[in-house]
Design a protein around this ligand. Structure first.
Ligand code: UFG
Length: 325
């Protein structure tokens, strides 16, 4: 059993993480400033503290007072276009705040840290299947703010008795199969959520951003990963660190790409409702295709994805969306 601090535990991914840790018997403290998190998504059995990861005094009190063994750091801002419009918010909430959190962790001798990174660190890669060796070249402040954090982690791991795993998420989707939590951000921009909203008549139509990409059907291709498999990767990372694993970076995806049109078809199959669509121009900064080579995660951490079927992913997202009413 471990004592884990989950920052951003009232958010989409953090709330799933909290349930998964509690389900296996770990103790969880959630630290979230509720800027975008939702208090009701935090599992009852977790200790919830409303506060900021940059509040070094508060964080040190938590780490010491609760005898925290490991930190999983989700808290941050995640909307790419917003990062372009307000870069200082991203360098503040993601890079600078994480620096402060890390300083508190080092001061309190926290040796294990799991970090939410993103495929956005790769920018618009030449390779369509991206490995961890693919050069990082983020094209927006969001990706840069996360990559800078990866750099800090590498430097800290060389200077202190501190080890980390950074997980580079591809397109995270779906919801807890037990229906306890899901994607609740009202202005979420993600495709599967938007397509479910359109199917439910909560949006007039789903905009298809670009139909002239060099992909089989002309629409953008992404690697959609079920939240449950993503969370399983975090548990593997945490256990590997506990067993002495070296610091490292891993892609989180399945290695399979699906187009926007294939997602629309999946939503229609699952919902039994036609999704109204509207074809429009490309969204600025969107690569044609972004698919993970996740061989390293499987080989090194023994990750075995179990929920890759797109209909299963969409079904859990749709069920959650329907209940949000
Ligand atoms: N799309 C539409 N219509 C929509 C929303 C999205 O056609 O209403 C398309 C996009 O153009 C893209 C695909 O659906 O081709 C997926 O778009 P998302 O917005 O769901 O996700 P992104 O691939 O843009 O972004 C994801 C994460 C980011 C991360 C990025 C890395 O959400 O946090 O991958 O490239 F930075």
């Amino acid at each position: 059993m471990s004592n884990v601090l989950v920052t951003g535990g009232a958010g989409f991914i953090g709330s799933h993480m909290t349930y998964a840790l509690l389900d296996r018997g770990d103790e969880v403290t959630v630290l979230d400033n509720l800027a975008t998190g939702v208090r009701s998504l935090v599992a009852q059995q977790a200790d919830f503290i409303e506060g900021d990861v940059a509040d070094a005094g508060l964080v040190r009190d938590i780490l010491r007072g609760r005898k925290i063994d490991a930190v999983i750091h989700f808290a941050g801002s995640v909307v790419v276009p917003e990062s372009v419009a307000d870069p200082l918010k991203y360098y503040g909430n993601n890079t600078a705040a994480t620096r402060d959190l890390l300083e508190a962790c080092i001061a309190e001798r926290i040796g294990r840290f799991v970090f939410s990174s993103t495929a956005a660190v790769y920018g618009m890669p030449d390779e369509t299947i991206v490995t961890e060796e693919t050069p990082t070249a983020p094209i927006n402040p969001y990706g840069r703010s996360k990559l800078m954090t990866e750099w800090m982690l590498r430097d800290i791991a060389k200077a202190h008795p501190f080890r980390f795993v950074a997980l580079r998420y591809f397109n995270v989707a779906g919801a807890d199969p037990a229906g306890r939590t899901g994607q609740s951000t009202p202005r979420a921009t993600h495709l599967i959520k938007r397509a479910c909203q359109a199917a439910l008549g909560r949006a007039p139509a789903l905009d298809i951003f670009g139909t002239d990409f060099s992909t089989p059907d002309g629409t953008g291709v992404r690697d959609y990963i079920h939240i449950s498999d993503l969370i399983a990767a975090h548990l593997k990372a945490l256990d590997a660190l506990a067993n002495g694993a070296e610091s490292d970076v891993y892609n989180c995806g399945y290695g399979r790409g699906l187009s926007v049109r294939e997602i629309v078809q999946a939503v229609e199959r699952v919902a039994g409702i036609k999704v109204p669509t509207r074809e429009g121009p490309r969204r600025p900064g969107d690569p044609a295709m972004l698919v993970a080579d996740s061989g390293k995660l499987k080989r090194t951490l023994g990750w075995t994805p179990q929920h890759g079927d797109i209909d299963e992913i969409v079904k859990s997202a749709f069920e959650w969306e329907r209940r949000l009413a």
